[in-house]
Ligand binder design. Structure first.
Ligand code: NDP
Ligand code: 8X3
Length: 255
């Protein structure tokens, strides 16, 4: 029987790449996101290409009623969840704190922090019941550093870092491994979302440099997940070679 993994934010970018990697490793997948059509396309591609099952669940992680309803009611055969990947998240805007847009702040806090908590609370009973499992939270280099105009996004990702550490302590007695991956710049829809659909601004972020690709994060996650059961990789910071930290990036293409 295949193991079961639940990945939030599997409609694009890092989440979709992780779904692909775990499908190739014969995991049955519970995949979530808000864009129903995209989610079903990902599900169809994976079930066509690999010998696995996919349960697509469409919901907004900010809506706790919906999270609780959908994840509380998963069919019996999907309840033996072994792996939870808390990936859904976003940055909205790049604005000095004094010019901050309240709605942007709330979208980031509600998605990156509260959404991660709602999903974790709904899924944890399944892992605890089995006294095993792995949770990997997708943080960011913004969890480790603050950068100009990144204020609230950095705050939410620092919170993910702290919540990861807290989870590891509380879940120790339940034999659940908890780790986080903190990437630098990854070429996904992240910047398009941050700049509210402004493709020119989004493309500029990755212009004349070689960023990370979603597949790089999926490969690292698989390394963490595939360690023997007695090994927990707590924390992994992954940067593109051209990015020393959030403030020092060189525009260089690496072939
Ligand atoms: P994408 O925009 O490509 O993917 C984000 C995913 O999150 C989508 O599947 C989206 O699905 C989902 N999502 C966003 N908001 C919600 C919501 N309210 N409810 C449910 N799902 C939601 O970006 P990435 O793949 O880059 O981002 C994935 C994670 O990686 C995020 O947590 C991000 O902060 C983090 N990260 C990204 C970096 C980068 O440079 N790209 C670097 C460091 C960390 P949908 O829209 O269908 O709901
Ligand atoms: C995304 C990377 O540097 O834009 O988390 O914060 S950064």
């Amino acid at each position: 029987m295949n193991k079961i993994a639940l990945i939030t934010g599997a409609t694009s970018g890092i989440g979709e790449a992780i779904a692909q990697k775990l499908a190739a490793e014969n995991y049955d997948l519970i995949l979530t996101g808000r864009r129903a059509e995209r989610l079903h396309d990902v599900a169809t591609t994976l079930t066509t290409s690999y010998n696995i099952k996919v349960l697509p669940l469409v919901f907004d992680v900010r809506n706790n009623d919906e999270v609780t309803r959908q994840l509380g009611e998963i069919p019996q055969e999907w309840q033996a969840i072994e792996v939870l990947i808390n990936n859904a998240g976003l940055a909205v805007g790049l604005t000095a704190i004094q010019d901050g847009v309240l709605d942007d702040w709330e979208r980031m806090i509600d998605t990156n922090v509260k959404g991660l908590l709602y999903v974790s609370k709904a899924v944890l009973p399944y892992l605890i019941a089995r006294a095993s499992g792995t949770i990997i939270n997708i943080g960011s280099i913004a969890a480790k550093e603050a950068y100009g105009k990144g204020n609230v996004y950095c705050g939410t990702k620092h919170a993910v870092d702290a919540i990861t550490k807290g989870m590891r302590i509380d879940l120790l007695e339940h034999n659940i491994r908890v780790g986080a991956i903190h990437p630098g710049m990854v070429d996904t829809e992240f910047s398009l979302v941050r700049f509210k659909g402004d493709k020119v601004a989004a493309d500029k972020v990755y212009e004349n440099l070689t960023p990370l690709y979603a597949q790089d994060i999926a490969d690292a996650l698989w390394f963490m997940l595939s360690r023997p059961a007695h090994v927990c990789i707590n924390d992994m910071v992954i940067m593109p070679t051209v990015q020393a930290n959030t403030s020092n990036t060189i525009r260089r293409v690496i072939q």
